[in-house]
Design a protein around this ligand. Structure first.
Ligand code: UD1
Ligand code: UDP
Length: 372
């Protein structure tokens, strides 16, 4: 038996690791152990419940308004006894959060090999996204196996000198999660969503939470959305607001009280996928939604200065809208008024995989242990 420990802590990590944990649990040659840091609490628990995952360990570290130092210190000290007790053959981490990097660091201290799921994404701007770009760079120095979602991600790692035999291209596990959940029958339970007229209104789904957007940029983005809401009567903006108090305060300040803007609590993944699928377009600074939108055939305006997911832009479904009020407003307006421009973006083209990424990752892990 190969003992594989999966460690994650935030909503997006959980969504993207859930289908992999399921595959690991089902494999007779693998003993699967799950440790959550709970860097997020309720937004993590929503995912664990949906995918029916019961973690073996829960570090429960989340604090309101936590700083990067607080997360780092608490994950590092919390994970060490778990690693010492379980002595896994490999630890899997995902992407670029502080949970991800600090777990990889703790594994390095114990000389436990790390498998990096969603490896090789880069903006090459160390402060944007912050701290994610540095987190993933540092994990890349520690990891043993690199599961690259796309060929471009693999090329990034090759340029940094990573051994080619350690970088299988697997597709992104988010597509595995998306296809699973989108395929389940579902009707909205949320009162706000039940009352939205998806047939006659154009719904814009919004999320915005990134640390580097907090402050001036977020104010610009929200002001642009308020401009759109006031100008277009047939538009309904639905924004499930991240639980970060700084984000919630800004959303309430700039968007509260507008008739056609609905600020609601974070949705569980199943209603959220259904909301995206029924939207006219999506406006977000999320990484994962840039991967989901092309698979759903929904135009996505990315409210960031850059993206580590250029595949979505090349596929034609995503556009970088920047973080200025005028640029965000005019790109949103274009999608609402220029049908040709809208139709050019609204087609399903999925550069992120076929929904079988998790199978490939499990096969690569077994291959690695056969060879060592
Ligand atoms: C984190 C990740 C980011 C990822 C994002 C996904 C880091 C540094 N950042 O950012 O890469 O894109 O998650 O959402 O790893 N909160 C709650 N309940 C929750 C979740 C969050 O109350 O279930 C509040 C808490 O006050 C917490 C704050 O949100 O302190 C911020 O959470 P944190 O994980 O530090 O940062 P995110 O912006 O969520
Ligand atoms: N998501 C969700 N409920 C919401 C908002 C987002 O389930 O209310 C999902 C979304 O579909 C995507 C993931 O959460 O899969 C993105 O997470 P987040 O925006 O927190 O992080 P990021 O993608 O920016 O790392």
């Amino acid at each position: 038996m190969i003992k594989i420990m999966s460690v994650f802590g935030t909503r997006p990590e959980a969504i993207k690791m859930a289908p992999l944990v399921k595959k690991l649990e089902a494999d007779p040659e693998i003993e699967s152990v799950v440790c959550v840091t709970a860097q997020h609490r309720s937004m993590l628990d929503q995912v664990l419940e949906l995918f029916d995952i019961n973690p073996d360990y829960d570090l429960d570290i989340m604090k309101p308004n936590q700083t990067l130092t607080m997360i780092s210190a608490n994950v590092l000290s919390g994970i060490e006894p778990v690693l010492l007790k379980e002595k896994p053959d490999m630890v899997l981490v995902h992407g670029d959060t502080t949970t991800t990097f600090i777990t990889a660091l703790a594994c390095f201290y114990q000389q436990i090999p790390v498998g990096h799921v969603e490896a090789g994404l880069r903006t090459y701007d160390k402060y944007s996204p912050f701290p994610e770009e540095m987190n993933r760079l540092l994990v890349s120095r520690i990891a043993e196996l690199y599961f690259a979602p796309t060929e471009r991600n693999r090329q990034n790692l090759l340029r940094e000198g990573v051994d080619a035999s350690r970088i299988p291209v697997t597709g992104n596990t988010v597509i595995d999660a998306l296809l699973d959940v989108a395929g389940r029958p579902y009707e909205f339970e949320d009162e706000t969503l039940k009352n939205i007229d998806f047939e006659n209104k154009r719904v814009i789904t919004v999320t915005c939470h990134r640390r580097e957007n907090l402050g001036e940029y977020m104010a610009n983005i929200f002001n642009a959305l308020a401009d759109i809401a006031r100008e277009f009567d047939d538009v309904e903006i639905v924004y499930p607001v991240h639980l970060n108090p700084k984000v919630r305060d800004a959303a309430a300040k700039y968007l509260g009280g507008l008739r056609n803007v609905h600020l609601i609590d974070p949705l569980s993944y199943q209603p959220f996928v259904n909301l995206q699928a029924r939207s006219y377009f999506i406006l977000t600074d999320s990484g994962g939604m840039q991967e989901e939108a092309p698979a759903l055939g929904k135009p996505v305006l990315v409210v960031r200065r850059e993206t580590e997911r250029p595949e979505a832009i090349e596929a034609g479904t995503a556009r970088l809208a920047g973080v200025e009020r005028q640029s965000v407003y005019s790109m949103a307006k274009e999608l609402l008024t220029d049908e040709a421009s809208y139709l050019k973006m609204a087609h399903a083209s999925n550069p992120y995989g076929d929904g079988h990424a998790c199978e490939r990752i499990v096969a690569e892990i077994k291959k690695y242990f056969e060879a060592v």
